[in-house]
Design a protein around this ligand. Structure first.
Ligand code: NAP
Ligand code: GDD
Length: 326
C-alpha cells in the first residue's frame, strides 16, 4: 500500500529536502501551505507536479484538521515555524503562537483525526541555549535564550506529553543547525555565502555581521531529513539529538567561505552592532551517539564540503544572473 505523509513547512529548506526523500521512497506527499500574496514555492518548484498542496496555517485549528482529514497521513512531519531566532525578539507572541502553540494544534488534530499516524516534531538545539555541558545530548538541560528557544521547549514537551498521555507515536528530533544552498538568506551561513558570491562578482563590496565568535555544530540539511524519516520508522517513538559532533565559529565559516572564492575575509567582513542579539547562544555542539546507535544515522557531508557546496551554488546563481543581464 502507498504510504502518505503530511508535511507542514513544505516550502521551507527542510520541507523541500524531506519531500524529495519521501517521493523517492514512493510516498504520496501532501504539504500544508499558508496563503501569501505572492506564493513562495521556489524550493519545491521542481516537484510541484508530484506533491499535493493543501491550504492551511499553523495558527488555525480548523484548517489543520481539514488538512489531516483530506490527506489521511500515515506520517506527519511538523516542520513549520517562525524559525528565525533574531525575529523572535521582535515578534515573540507570533513566534509563540506558530512555533509553540502550532505544534499543540497539530498534535490535537492528529490525536483526533488520525491517532495512529506517526508524528515528527522539529525540535531544536536552541533549546539548550546557555549550555551546562558539552557536548549536548538528549538529557542535557534546557536553558532557552530567545522567544524562539522557549517556544520550541514548549512544543518539545507537548510532543512528549501527547506521547505519554495518549500513546501517540510522537517523536522529536533535536536538530542542531543544518544548512544548504536552500537555506534562507537571513541565516548566517547563507548570508555569508551569498555575500561571498556577490563580492566575488562585483555586486557588493562588504559584509556586515554580528557575533563572529558564536560557535555552531553545522551539518547538511539533506543528511538531517533522513534522520527525521528514520525516527518515524522505529517501533517506539523517542527523542534524538541530530548533530555532526563538530563545532566552528561564525568567523571560521566566513574565513573558509571567502577562501573558497579566493578572497581574504578580513578585507570584507566587519561587525555591525545591529546584528548582535539581546541574548546569545555562544556554543552548540551535539552528541548524536543515540541516533547512530538506534537509527543507524550519521552525517555524510563534512563542514568543509558544506561550505564549498553553498559558495559554489551562490556563485553559479549570480553568474547566471550576470549572463542574463548582458
Ligand atoms: P524554514 O526554511 O524557515 O521553513 C519554515 C516553514 O514554516 C516554511 O515553509 C514556512 O512557510 C512555514 N510556516 C511559517 N509560519 C507558518 C504558519 N503560520 N503556518 C504554516 N506554515 C508556516 O525552516 P527550516 O530551516 O526548513 O526548519 C524546519 C523546522 O526545523 C523549523 O521548525 C525550524 O524551527 C526547525 N529547526 C531548524 C533547524 C535548522 O538549522 N534549519 C534546526 C533545528 C530545528 P512560508 O514559506 O510560507 O514562509
Ligand atoms: N543570522 C545572523 N546574521 N546570525 C549572525 C550574524 C548575522 O549577521 N552574525 C553573527 N551571527 C550569529 C548569531 O548571533 C548566532 O550565534 C549564529 O550566528 C547563528 O545564527 P543563525 O544562522 O541565525 O542561526 P541560529 O543558530 O540562531 O538558529 C538556527 O539554528 C537553530 C538550531 O540551533 C535556526 O535554523 C533555528 O531555526 C534553529 O532551531
Amino acid at each position: 500500500m502507498t504510504k502518505s505523509a503530511l508535511i507542514t513547512g513544505i516550502t521551507g529548506q527542510d520541507g523541500s529536502y524531506l519531500s524529495e526523500l519521501l517521493l523517492g521512497k514512493g510516498y504520496k506527499v501532501y504539504g500544508l501551505i499558508r496563503r501569501l500574496s505572492t506564493p513562495n514555492l521556489a524550493r519545491i518548484e521542481h516537484i510541484l507536479d508530484q506533491v499535493e498542496l493543501i491550504e492551511g496555517d499553523l495558527t488555525d485549528q480548523s484548517s489543520i484538521n481539514n488538512a489531516l482529514k483530506e490527506s489521511q497521513p500515515c506520517e506527519v512531519y511538523n516542520l513549520a515555524a517562525q524559525s528565525f531566532v533574531a525575529t523572535s525578539w521582535n515578534q515573540p507572541v507570533l513566534t509563540g503562537d506558530v512555533t509553540g502553540l502550532g505544534a499543540v494544534r497539530i498534535l490535537e488534530g492528529v490525536c483526533h483525526v488520525c491517532p495512529d499516524a506517526h508524528f515528527y516534531q522539529a525540535s531544536s538545539s536552541e533549546m539548550f541555549g546557555k549550555v551546562n555541558e558539552s557536548p549536548q545530548n538528549e538529557n542535557s538541560r534546557f536553558y532557552p535564550r530567545s522567544p524562539y528557544g522557549f517556544a520550541k521547549v514548549y512544543a518539545h514537551w507537548a510532543c512528549i506529553n501527547y506521547r505519554e498521555s495518549y500513546g501517540m507515536h510522537a517523536s522529536s528530533g533535536i536538530l542542531f543547525n543544518h544548512e544548504s544552498p536552500r537555506r534562507g538568506i537571513e541565516f548566517v551561513t547563507r548570508k555569508i555565502t551569498d555575500a561571498v558570491a556577490r563580492i566575488s562578482l562585483g555586486f557588493a563590496k562588504e559584509l556586515r555581521l554580528g557575533n563572529l565568535d558564536a560557535k555552531r555544530d553545522w551539518g547538511f540539511a539533506g543528511d538531517y531529513v533522513k534522520a527525521m524519516w528514520l525516527m518515524l520508522q522505529q517501533k517506539e517513538p523517542d527523542d534524538y539529538v541530530i548533530a555532526t559532533g563538530e563545532t566552528h565559529s561564525v568567523g571560521e565559516f566566513a574565513e573558509l567561505a571567502f577562501h573558497e572564492a579566493g578572497l581574504d575575509w578580513k578585507k570584507y567582513v566587519s561587525v555591525d552592532q545591529k546584528f548582535i542579539r539581546p541574548a546569545e547562544v555562544n556554543l552548540l555542539l551535539g552528541d548524536a551517539s543515540k541516533a547512530r546507535r538506534i537509527l543507524g544515522w550519521k552525517p555524510e557531508v563534512t563542514f568543509e564540503e558544506l561550505v564549498k557546496m553553498m559558495v559554489r551554488e551562490d556563485l553559479k546563481r549570480y553568474e547566471e544572473k550576470r549572463k542574463l543581464a548582458k
